[in-house]
Design a protein around this ligand. Structure first.
Ligand code: FAD
Length: 381
């Protein structure tokens, strides 16, 4: 097994970090306090090609391989402190672009991917409903064929990018009696009649990412916007959730590395009892724990990346990466605050924001409990 990166891969990651540090310089404190979407940051990322890392050149993307993509995303998390922006990009990439890339017809790919890859269109997906959260396949939104259209009716919750998206993948059932086999996926544009953004959902973290409740009220979707076949929604979802789960926290590896470096610097310079606090074993052990978590989380991410790059199914590895990275991110934020003492508790240092952002990762793309359940099932339990 080879853990080294080649020169080109290292250069791409360094370029992403440099881009973030020189160009993504919006005032994150203000944006996050006002729960404002970082539209300038989004546009700059689009121009750079961040949303097109995986997309083939034919559709205007950079066509990087899977491992190089996650390495670049790690750089994005290291360089950019706006986790809300990164989360919006991740939802756009893994929950919208990737399913179109995998299941779209040539016409659908040509119509949507070039603009999604440049960030000119914003994407998302809507599967969760008031009564269908973790038990996602119990969704009740219906789709009915009427001539050359489908009519969608239902209510969707927690849709990342919901209010600002131009294109949402909506999962609905053609026939609730058919259970999972009735689920079908549709490409819904925001201007389709009956597509209603109901309410912006205010949240504790990732506040620059917009989240909304959506209503579909006889929403008219052309038959050409079926993604995959009728009844293939479960296959579309389970394929894309594997990728989403495994990779959605790639940028968090970079974030954890940045936090660790910040904490090491602080522990070396902050003096108490006439010595740097890093000399106290109880402080040093927190830093070692942060380092151990970072490296273990990184290994799980790379292992999953390698499995996907080699075309293997890795549902359990996706759950393991998601579970471990999210829990590690939360714990490392707690440690970072503790190491900084009272200063860590202050808003201006940004660590409490990092913690609030990290906590969301235990919930989206399947809660930590659901990841435990998946791993247990793969262990034959
Ligand atoms: C920041 C954020 C972004 C999101 N973005 C999107 C999006 O873009 N699109 C979208 O469709 N959805 C999105 N979601 C929704 C997310 O996928 C759901 O919140 C999640 O799947 C959990 O569903 P729920 O909130 O209904 O909780 P529930 O399913 O009601 O769970 C409540 C509690 O019960 C536990 N639980 C449930 N079932 C089990 C079980 N079998 N075993 C053990 N424990 C269990 C859960 O772990 C949790 O602790 C987002 C959520 C968040 C927080």
């Amino acid at each position: 097994m080879n853990f080294s990166w080649n020169e080109k891969q290292i250069e791409i990651k360094e370029n992403v970090i440099e881009f973030c540090q020189t160009t993504l310089i919006e005032n994150i404190f203000q944006l996050e306090q006002q729960e404002e979407f970082n539209i300038e940051g989004w546009k700059k990322c689009g121009e750079w090609g961040i949303m097109g890392l995986l997309i083939s050149q034919e559709y205007g993307g950079k066509e990087l391989d899977t491992l190089t993509t996650i390495y670049a995303l790690e750089g994005l998390g290291y360089g950019c402190k706006d986790n809300g922006l990164l989360f919006s990009i991740a939802a756009h990439t893994w929950a919208c672009e990737l399913p179109i890339l995998t299941f779209g017809t040539p016409e659908q790919k040509l119509k949507y991917l070039p603009k999604l890859a440049k960030g000119e269109l914003i994407g998302g997906h809507a599967v969760t409903e008031p009564e269908a959260g973790s038990d996602v396949y119990s969704l009740q939104t219906t789709a009915q064929r009427k001539g050359d259209k489908y009519l969608l009716n239902g209510r969707k919750m927690f849709v990342t990018n919901g209010a600002i998206a131009n294109l949402i993948l909506v999962f609905a059932t053609l026939d609730p009696e058919r259970g999972k086999r009735g689920i079908t996926c549709f490409l819904v544009e925001k201007d389709f009649p009956g597509f209603i953004v109901k309410k912006k959902m205010s949240k504790m973290g990732l506040r620059t990412a917009q989240m909304s409740e959506l209503f579909l009220d006889n929403c008219e979707v052309p038959a050409a916007n079926l993604l995959g076949k009728e009844g293939a929604g479960m296959a579309v979802f389970s394929h894309s959730i594997e990728w989403e789960r495994g990779f959605i926290l790639a940028s968090a590896i970079g974030t954890m590395e940045r936090l660790l470096e910040q904490c090491i610097q602080y522990a070396k310079h902050r003096q108490q009892f006439q010595q740097p606090i890093g000399k106290f074993q109880l402080v040093a052990s927190k830093l070692v724990d942060m380092k151990m978590r970072l490296e273990t989380a990184r290994s799980l991410l790379y292992k999953f990346g390698w499995l996907k790059q080699t075309g293997k199914s890795a549902f359990m590895e996706a759950a393991m990466a998601k579970l471990y990275i999210s829990e590690s991110w939360v714990q490392s934020c707690l440690d970072a605050i503790q190491i900084h003492g009272g200063y860590g508790y202050l808003t201006e240092l940004g660590l409490e924001r990092e913690l609030r952002d990290a906590l969301g990762s235990r919930l989206y793309s399947g809660t930590s409990e659901i990841q435990y359940q998946i791993i247990a099932q793969f262990m034959g339990l």
